[in-house]
Design a protein around this ligand. Sequence first.
Ligand code: MBD
Ligand code: FE
Length: 292
Amino acid sequence: MSVNPAKQTELETLLAISSGLNATQGNPRFKAIMHQLLGDLCLTIKKFDITDEEFWLAVNYLNELGERKEAALLAAGLGLEHYLDMRADEKEAAAGNDVGTPRTIEGPLYVANAPLSEGYARMDDGSEDAETLWLHGTITDLEGKPVADAIVDIWHANTLGGYSFFDASQSEYNLRRRVQTGPDGRYAVRSIVPCGYGCPPDGPTQKLLNGLGRHGNRPAHIHFFVSAPGFKHLTTQINLNGDQYLWDDFAFATREELIADPVKITDSKLSQARDINGPHTEVSFNFALVAS
Ligand code: MBD
Ligand code: FE
């Protein structure tokens, strides 16, 4: 054997103990995963001859990530959250399951329990001088039949790319609403046209992206959870067509079927019909749910 068997054994022994494989207690799946991860990490340290300085830089980086609560943001930026979607799609295709509106990542900025109303909601608190958005559509099954009692949970950024709760300058639940559909399956919200998101420029995620030569921007998008009795929960987003980052999302969430065309409404009568002092922008987007 060309490798030193004594050294090989020493690493194997270390990993067996450090990952708990030698312990009688603990969770077997967790142990196996930790064993794999630690082994891979040791291989990486060896392959790149990682210095002590580099190692402690990485440890301090993890602390910084936690302090800034950016672990989920980094997971999105590294494409890991999108990879979970790829896996879910793959499994459904392998099982021959029906497909409706495609899923895409949730991202790290959802907040539960947004105000709930029937059919319609206004999402913005009126504090921004922004382009008014009328967003509407129908929730259907795969045959196109309207789904009643669906909850459409919508959240998006303001014109600075910030989300309420994470951006202290916004009011509680600004740009976050839940709308319950009636027998027509329809939802409609009045809001403002969001701008794309950018990672905090002084944060650890952007710092890592800089080292990779990558930007941390997302195209303008609107998040949705759509759920209804008898149907599979859908986590998705729509992207507003025309954004410079449409196909250059740092979080890899764009999908062809999820691109929505914003339509500029300049006929003041059409704006007035929505009770909007026009001009405004309309986006229509329908969701097809898969039976559970
Ligand atoms: C966002 O708004 C977002 O949707 C994701 C996935 C990551 C960062 C900010
Ligand atoms: Fe987002």
